[in-house]
Design a protein around this ligand. Structure first.
Ligand code: ZN
Length: 312
């Protein structure tokens, strides 16, 4: 069988204040700001991409910081926790770091034999750090987090579902995921070669409230595919299975298709190429505002209206 889905590509979330978001992800968690652009559908709002040095698929967390957006609420029909992978021997480092920054966390807990910490960002986005040695990726060092303790990219995303069966069917029959474990109503699936960055957990949450979208809510999760050809194959197969899939959208750094899974979460399939070095070199990623061609003529106005961003 041809590999159509490799694992996770990116997670995109709604945020409140821009600078607080930048500080949280670049300073506290130590990710690299790899792209500063705008929401292609609403260019008065930033689209910020954080990841490892190059923004590899499976490391990319992106935000639309809307400023004064009311907080969302976690619940069913939502991606509630995005887990990042860090080294087993960094547990003490991260507990100390979160404590020093006055970020209250829960844990360490154990899940599928790995320890994890759980906390929320300033807007209420659910974050986990999973301590694992099952990851050969190198994290980005922001200069004050030693590279051996740095975040290496995603580990898992958790999808809360009232009735998980049809979501599970979609993952296994259309998106090439296989079940690798089950623990307390949590069904873990892997795609591609598995390991960190290639896991999806479907959590059976029959008693949870319905999620409300707002600041801190994940807007969608994207899965990685190798090429435009594999993307078109997935699009065709999903359409044949009855899903309403969008036409291919050019997102400059990847091409995308979107559809809603049966539990209500927006899914995307994004191509790995061309990636973030398509419009600036690796050394300069994230340093200047990049606009898609259709907004270049409006650059001066867009730049004045967007808040300034300071990197620590
Ligand atoms: Zn996306």
């Amino acid at each position: 069988m041809e590999t159509l889905i490799n694992g996770l590509h990116h997670v995109t979330t709604l945020a409140g204040d821009t600078q607080r978001n930048v500080d949280y992800y670049t300073d506290i968690l130590g990710l690299r700001l790899v792209k500063k652009t705008v929401n292609f559908d609403a260019p008065d709002v930033y689209h910020l991409y954080y990841g490892n040095e190059t923004g590899s698929p499976g490391t990319i967390l992106t935000f639309f910081p809307y400023g004064n957006l009311p907080r969302g609420r976690k619940g069913v029909g939502q991606l509630t926790y995005t887990a990042f992978s860090v080294a087993v021997n960094s547990l003490r480092f991260w507990m100390d770091r979160l404590h020093e920054r006055n970020i209250s966390y829960a844990g360490p807990y154990k899940r599928f034999d790995e320890s994890y910490l759980r906390f929320d960002d300033f807007d209420g986005m659910g974050i986990e750090l999973v301590f694992t040695n099952d990851d050969s990726r190198t994290g980005w060092s922001n200069g004050h987090i030693p590279v051996e303790f740095a975040v290496r990219g995603f580990h898992t995303v958790t999808l809360n579902q009232q009735n998980p069966d049809r979501t599970i069917q979609l993952l296994t029959e259309n998106l090439q995921h296989t079940l690798v474990g089950e623990e307390e109503g949590r069904f873990r699936f892997k795609a591609g070669i598995g390991g960190s960055g290639n896991y999806v957990d479907v959590l059976h949450s029959p008693n949870d409230v319905r999620a409300l979208q707002g600041a801190g809510s994940v807007h969608h999760v994207a899965f990685s595919t190798n090429s435009d050809e594999t993307q078109l194959l997935i699009q065709q197969q999903l359409t044949e299975s009855g899903y309403q899939v969008t036409p291919v959208q050019d997102r400059n750094y990847f091409n995308s298709i979107y559809f809603r899974e049966p539990g209500g979460i927006l899914f995307e399939v994004a191509t790995n190429p061309p990636g973030f070095t398509v419009d600036e070199p690796i050394s300069d990623l994230g340093k200047s505002l990049k606009l898609p061609a259709q907004y270049e003529s409006r650059r001066a106005k867009i730049e004045t209206e967007l808040p300034e961003i300071m990197l620590k």
